[in-house]
Design a binder for this molecule. Structure first.
Ligand code: NAD
Length: 441
């Protein structure tokens, strides 16, 4: 396992000591807050801000009894972590995954605070999770589970307070059930605004055009903004992907439209390779029909070692956290690591890749397209408006391009890597707002 011996971890050690909190250096939350604090140190922000960012404001845990189709009962655990709301209501996805842990949710909530601040969205950061494997549940069971979890969260969520969205294992249908449940409990005078309690809803029920593809689309706009400066042309590059769900499959399809060649994919069912190019649309249809990439006729099945060793220009992890570790990084032959997933790279792997000259584009920049279009959906819901996809795409492009420029500028100003620069830009904005608002009382 990677050992955390970076300057980032020195900063985290000091702050955790001051808070009299126990820490484990292999823990994802500890490692992530370490990088955030390294950026805070580079800016010389007040100690109070470092303390406030180190712990989430609220950590909510609920247990939901739910009846299964066969008459048996399960007691399910759900988390909602609300990290910081100085910029606006808490915002962040809800994940359904069987192995989810509180520290993982805390990490993702912290990253949401950073992501919204970097994009200058009027939102704070949160994240939620329900500890189930959604593949083991029938549609009716998923609906009952979702409704029960929503009612258990109660006033801890709301369109002006904390706004969930889809994440790993959840989708527009889950958001529709959450919104419907919340609306049923809402006062009659606020039922219209109440559907804004979640974003990523189906188009027919308050969703936004362009939301489903938004994270992949945003990632492509970031590449548009940054690759030319690295001397790389998007229409001539090859790429490989970990994960072929929402983020992975949309990224692949949109990159294919731009002329990029997809060489290799890894998901929970296996790995595939075709050096002359995998048809991203056909693969998306296969995954929709079968649940995974295994058995896809347009590529050869390969092992993980071959997947990671395949030479590509862009390597895009778009699955779960910490999948790119040092062992994998030592095999990888790419020019740019583009983080589609949240926290997909261990600190040791990142340091190794940076030392080797690989550019690492951080998640809070690359995958902010989802929360950005969620913001557009929330705005449309509040104004009872429906925007065309072209309007959404144009605004998304503007937001992503500005964020990319901000990160580039900060990396030059502080002479640091893109991850530290992205956190620094976010922290500087949060610091300015705290300066203006003050810290109550
Ligand atoms: P998803 O559930 O649609 O897809 C997850 C993918 O990960 C699937 O292809 C699955 O096969 C793959 N996967 C799971 N376990 C794996 C394993 N052990 N090995 C290899 N692959 C594995 O999820 P998503 O919405 O695409 O989210 C992916 C990542 O992007 C997550 O980190 C999520 O937090 C982040 N993200 C998502 C959005 C969004 O709008 N959906 C926005 C920002 C960030």
């Amino acid at each position: 396992m990677d050992t955390c011996d970076t300057t980032a971890c020195q900063s985290a050690r000091e702050i955790f000591k001051e808070l009299e909190e126990m820490y484990d250096e292999h823990n994802l939350y500890f490692q992530t807050i370490g990088s955030v604090l390294e950026a805070a140190d580079a800016l010389n922000v007040p100690q109070r801000l470092k303390l406030m960012l180190t712990q989430p404001k609220n950590e909510i845990m609920v247990h939901c009894p739910v009846e299964m189709d066969d008459g048996t009962w399960k007691l399910l655990k759900a988390y909602r972590v609300q990290h910081n709301n100085v910029l606006g209501p808490y915002k962040g996805g809800i994940r359904y995954h069987p192995e989810v842990k509180l520290d993982e949710v805390k990490t993702l909530a912290l990253l949401m605070t950073m992501k919204c601040a970097l994009a200058r969205l009027p939102f704070g950061g949160a994240k939620g999770a329900l500890r189930i494997n959604p593949r083991d549940f029938s549609k009716d069971e998923l609906m009952r589970v979702t409704r029960r979890m929503t009612s258990a969260l109660g006033d801890n969520i709301g369109p002006d307070y904390d706004i969930p969205a889809p994440d790993v294992g959840t989708n527009a249908q889950v958001m529709a059930w959450m919104a419907d449940t919340y609306i049923n409990f809402a006062e009659s005078s606020s039922k219209v605004i109440a559907r804004g309690v979640v974003t990523g809803k189906p188009l027919e029920f308050g969703g936004s055009a362009g939301r489903e593809k938004a994270t992949g689309q945003g990632l492509v706009y970031v590449l548009d903004a940054l690759l030319p400066g690295m001397g790389i042309e998007l229409d001539k590059v090859t790429c490989s992907l970990i994960g072929y769900g929402n983020v992975g499959s949309w990224t692949a399809r949109l990159l294919q439209e731009r002329g990029t060649t997809l060489r290799a994919v890894l998901d929970h069912t296996g790995a595939i390779l075709n050096t002359s190019g995998i048809d991203a649309e056909a693969l998306a249809a296969h995954v929709l029909a079968t649940g995974g990439i295994k058995g896809f006729a347009g590529a050869d099945a390969v092992d993980e070692v071959t997947f990671y060793s395949t030479p590509v220009d862009l390597f895009i992890p778009a699955a779960l956290e910490q999948m790119v570790d040092l062992e994998h990084a030592e095999r990888m032959q790419c020019k740019v690591l583009v983080e589609g997933a949240n926290a997909p790279t261990t600190p040791h792997a990142e340091r190794y890749l940076l030392d080797k000259g690989v550019e690492v584009l951080p998640a809070i920049l690359c995958n902010a397209g989802g929360v950005t279009v969620s913001y557009f959906e929330w705005k449309q819901n509040r104004q009872s408006e429906t925007w065309d996809e072209e309007v959404v795409d144009e605004l998304l492009k503007k937001t992503m391009t500005r964020s990319a420029e901000r990160v580039l500028k900060m990396s030059q100003r502080l002479d640091c890597n893109m991850r530290i620069a992205s956190y620094a830009s976010a922290i500087e904005h949060i610091d300015n707002v705290y300066e203006l608002r003050g810290v109550f009382p």
